[in-house]
Design a protein around this ligand. Structure first.
Ligand SMILES: *Cc1c(COP(=O)(O)O)cnc(C)c1O
Length: 398
């Protein structure tokens, strides 16, 4: 082994020592209620494919049609080689779905956060994020160079204090070199990805109005699932029009891959000019855009509503046994990292795939099993899940 690999090996040993070593589990089947891993068919309660669309014929046919018409590759960045029709089609579908003026799609949710946040704020500005926001937002905030402040999870008092501090900071001259006012951007998730709880969006919107801060909401785990038209949690809470920047991903309820921003036409034109992860990156392949557009349309259909109802009834069944809140993300708190990995392995022996989530995805000592219900699970599969949870003592036998 050369010196380079030796050094990395000793770093890996440290990761192993902390119970934080990660490995890929090769899957030899499509995503769905069951997956094949190591020759074994496992019940899959690990994915964010909440509505069971990832392997749906409607999405696959849309992807195949785009593949045949527009090819396998996309050529270059959309600003360089021309912008393929499936991307425009997807953005039209997204804007219509969200009731927004316009939308812009990115290669992933991660790239969306990076591109949008770094375009909107720089080292003259302040960015304030919830303690539990997704790593993509934390990384974007750091990369932007804006002054980063973190408020306690869903803690409005804490946020209000930070906003007052930011106001005082902004009031002091000088203006930015470009002569513009420094800004404050608040970023939160709607449904938190690892805890499944909700952000108080009404109160956040009120604080935003009071202070003149900008508000960006990452609706990754609620778009397609919440609200009368399934537009997401902002719709459900009646605050969609108070949010300046709607962010989401196409890889969860929509069943495909990619990310998006919805908002005003001006916002989207600005991002086309300033979002570096959009400008300096090859466009997603046409098949991905077409699958996502089909997912967005599916969600709005009657079939989409049926899937949502199935999802909620499956989620409610597990939640009743685990005494959780009833959303699709059901964290089973374990605590220790090693212990969480052992529990995941024990469940795998029972034929159920639920991943152990550890630091740095969650805080140290807060390892958990992250169980996600989907619409694709049958009643019999849900009963099998409950039996497995009983077998490893995660729910009582009574
Ligand atoms: C999954 C996720 C992202 C990243 O989206 P990708 O499309 O997977 O890159 C961003 N924010 C939240 C809250 C997420 O859960």
């Amino acid at each position: 082994m050369n010196a380079f690999d030796e050094e990395l090996n000793s770093r890996l040993a440290e990761i192993r020592g902390q119970g934080l070593y990660r490995q890929l589990s090769r899957v030899d089947s499509p995503q769905g209620p069951r997956v094949e891993i190591g020759g074994q068919s496992l019940l899959n309660f690990s994915s964010n494919d909440y509505l069971g669309l990832a392997n749906d014929p409607i999405l696959k046919e849309a992807a195949a049609a785009a593949l045949h018409k527009f090819g396998a590759g996309s050529g270059a960045s959309r600003l360089i080689c021309g912008s393929l029709a499936p991307h425009h089609d997807l953005e039209d579908a997204l804007a219509a779905f969200k009731g927004a003026e316009a939308a812009l799609s990115f290669s992933s949710g991660y790239a969306t956060a990076l591109g949008a946040i770094c375009a909107l704020v720089d080292n003259n500005d302040v960015i304030v994020v919830d303690k539990l926001v997704h790593a993509s937002i934390v990384d974007a905030a750091r990369l932007s160079g804006a002054k980063l402040r973190v408020f306690g999870h869903n803690n409005l008092n804490d946020l209000a204090k930070i906003l007052q501090w930011a106001d005082r900071r902004h009031a002091a001259p000088p203006l930015t070199p470009a002569g513009r006012r420094p800004r404050t951007l608040i970023v939160t998730e709607s449904i938190f990805s690892m805890d499944g709880d909700q952000a108080p969006l009404r109160e956040l919107a009120a604080l935003k109005e009071k202070t003149g801060a900008w508000l960006m909401v990452d609706d990754a785990h609620a778009s397609g699932l919440y609200g009368k038209s399934r537009r997401g949690l902002p719709e459900e809470l009646g605050v969609a029009d108070k949010i300046d920047v709607h962010m989401g991903t196409l890889g969860k309820a929509f069943g495909a891959a990619g990310g998006y921003i919805c908002g005003s036409r001006t916002l989207i034109d600005f991002l086309i000019n300033r979002a570096r992860s959009f400008i300096f990156s090859t466009a997603p392949v046409p098949a991905a855009a077409a699958a996502a557009a089909a997912g967005v349309r599916f969600v709005q259909s009657d079939a989409g509503e049926q899937r949502r109802n199935r999802l909620w009834s499956n989620a409610a069944l597990v939640s009743r046994h685990l005494n959780t809140q009833g959303g699709a993300i059901i964290p089973i708190m374990i605590g220790g990292e090693e212990k969480a990995v052992q529990m995941a392995a024990a469940l795998r022996k029972e034929g159920v795939f639920i991943p152990a989530i550890r630091h740095p995805t969650v805080s140290q000592g807060q390892a958990r099993l992250r169980l996600t219900a989907t619409a694709a699970h049958s009643r019999a599969e849900m009963e099998q899940l409950l039996s497995a949870l009983r077998a490893v003592n995660l729910i009582s036998n009574s």
